[in-house]
Design a protein around this ligand. Structure first.
Ligand SMILES: Cc1cc2nc3c(=O)[nH]c(=O)nc-3n(C[C@H](O)[C@H](O)[C@H](O)COP(=O)(O)OP(=O)(O)OC[C@H]3O[C@@H](n4cnc5c(N)ncnc54)[C@H](O)[C@@H]3O)c2cc1C
Ligand code: SF4
Length: 511
């Protein structure tokens, strides 16, 4: 069935074009047990749309940063839709992500699609090489279309997964992982559910992908395909965020960051059709792990977005210290240095991973797996510490401050004006605004993206430790130690010739 998304042919340029492209779609979205009539104007949803719109506006304001020349069309396209064919392309993704984190203070939702397209580009090339399938050509046609129309892609990898100890085919309910339920000459029907789907209502397309390594018995689960967000058979159930209903109370101040937020929802697929030309893997189970590993490799260093958000939080912490008249104290300065040190550690590892990219067989560049995992592992911890320090500098008022309605009330407003005053030359309202922003980022709506998403997005901490363990080359390191300790004599040349894998990339002089 033709959907509005599939039929779209108009190129979207500005954030406003993008917002208008979301209007009038017939999405089945549930929130608080009711169907949402208009997602675009819903006060709880709109800030997340504004965050995506910023990815369009940035490409207009700073085209070198947020757009790129597509090797497929030769045209300038939004960087979120570009396939990285050089190391610089990979690096610039990170720079754009930090900038957008600074400008929105939240998750701008477009990176999962970017990382999905890039990991699929190299994986489909290698599937075709083995099986003489035509997934890569199909994918290239699809990418050209989404690049030309400048569309938003959601990457849907995480299944609901049921019993974590069982494989997809072993689950009591087969729908706990997305799978093919029927095949026709024209395509496949899929059923199942994807969890925590970032920006799904704000996307034009969803790309469904397997979530883990699969075995021969999981053939029907090895399905990758593009689905219009408004396809028949999809139900969305909106994810709650801490303090989300503040956006419906009519107070801008109490929201902390009224303009921007992230978005997650559960996506339920009931016999959703994917035509052959939009299927990019079907049954090649051994390539599921390649796709998952390449996707998570890109995505784990995409988390430099958090360093951009961290810049905002560090700024807010410094500002409240100033408003409180405490900014000259040495421990305050030291805490701001500590926050910056942690924040730059996230950025440093992410950008290093991108700089250490290497070409895949398809020609697309893939960033370094070891440092991407180290980056993401930092992200599971450091934003929490940065948030702790921000709350330290903010003082207890960050969680005890009365509402904007009290502040504006005739009866008690003047009391709050007087008693919430910090430094005499700073307005009480500005002090309240910064405190609400810190609350928003460390406890409220945008703590979803800055904290818990940092923990679990692109895989929970243990997933990174497994990858780090796989790549840490401990036997080689033991050789180094034994040689220096005089336990085992090895020729220096031999130690050098044994350099491979991660160290092969570290010492590669072809940079
Ligand atoms: C805000 C947010 C946004 C997200 N956006 C997206 C998105 O856009 N697209 C997408 O595809 N995914 C997205 N994710 C999903 C994310 O990748 C998953 O949350 C993550 O992979 C962890 O899966 P889970 O939430 O099911 O947790 P679980 O897998 O249930 O993990 C919970 C704990 O159990 C442990 N555990 C799990 N399985 C096992 C096992 N077999 N043996 C031992 N220990 C185990 C884990 O290590 C962890 O400590 C998002 C998540 C969040 C929180
Ligand atoms: S959490 Fe960061 S990397 Fe992931 S989609 Fe949001 S902004 Fe992009």
């Amino acid at each position: 069935m033709a959907t509005q998304t599939a039929a779209r042919k108009q190129t979207l340029v500005s954030g406003e074009d993008y917002i208008n492209s979301l209007r009038g779609r017939k999405l089945k979205v549930y929130l608080f047990g009711k169907l949402v009539e208009d997602t675009v104007e819903h006060p709880m949803i709109r800030p997340s749309i504004n965050a995506v719109a910023e990815t369009y506006d940035l490409a207009m304001r700073e085209p070198d940063l947020a757009s790129a020349t597509s090797h497929l069309t030769g045209e300038r396209v939004n960087r979120f839709l570009n396939i990285a064919m050089t190391r610089d392309d990979v690096v610039l993704q990170n720079k754009m992500q930090r900038r957008l984190g600074q400008l929105t203070g939240t998750c701008f939702q477009r990176c999962v699609g970017m990382d999905a397209l890039n990991s699929l580009y190299s994986t489909t090339f290698e599937i075709d090489d083995k099986y003489q399938t035509d997934y890569h050509e199909r994918l290239k046609s699809y990418i050209k279309e989404v690049q030309t129309n400048n569309l938003v892609i959601g990457g849907a990898m995480t299944d609901v997964k049921g019993d974590r100890g069982l494989a997809p085919h072993e689950q009591a309910d087969p729908d706990l992982f997305v799978h093919v339920v029927e095949r026709t000459d024209a395509g496949v029907y899929v059923s199942g559910a994807k969890a925590h789907q970032t920006g799904c209502l704000n996307s034009h397309w969803l790309i469904v992908m397997p979530t883990m390594r699969l075995t021969e018995n999981d053939k029907d689960y090895a399905i990758v395909g593009a689905i219009p967000v408004d396809a028949e058979g999809i139900t969305y159930i909106y994810g709650r965020q801490s303090c989300d209903t503040r956006s419906m109370e009519g107070s801008e101040l109490d929201q902390g960051n009224a303009n921007f937020s992230g978005q997650e929802a559960m996506v339920i697929l009931e016999r959703v059709f994917i035509p052959n030309e939009l299927i990019f893997m079907d049954g090649e189970t051994e390539f599921a792990s390649m796709l998952v590993e390449r996707f998570t490799c890109y995505h784990r260093r995409s988390y430099v977005c958090k360093s951009g958000v961290g810049d905002v939080l560090i700024g807010a912490a410094a500002q409240i210290a100033e408003y409180n008249g405490a900014e000259k104290a040495s421990h305050i300065k030291d805490k701001l240095v500590e926050m910056t040190h942690l924040n730059e550690t996230i950025y440093a590892t992410g950008i290093a991973s991108s700089y250490q990219s290497k070409p895949t067989a398809s020609g697309a560049y893939q960033n370094d797996d070891m440092i991407a995992n180290v980056c993401k592992h930092h992200v599971t911890k450091m934003p929490y510490e940065i948030g702790r320090l921000a709350q330290d500098l903010a003082g207890g008022l960050v969680v005890t401050m009365p509402s904007e309605k009290d502040y504006r009330s005739e009866e008690v407003g003047h009391l709050l004006e007087k008693y919430l005053k910090g430094r005499a030359d700073v307005s009480t309202e500005n002090r309240m605004r910064i405190l609400r922003l810190i609350e928003n980022m460390t406890l409220g709506r945008n703590a979803v993206g800055y904290l818990t998403e940092s923990m679990h997005g692109a895989g929970s901490p243990q997933a990174q430790r497994i990858q780090i363990a796989r790549g840490m080359q401990i036997e080689f390191k033991k050789q180094l130690a034994k040689e220096l300790a005089g336990i085992e004599e090895k020729k220096r040349e031999q130690l050098t010739s044994e350099i491979s894998d991660y160290f092969g990339r570290v010492f590669d002089t072809d940079v």
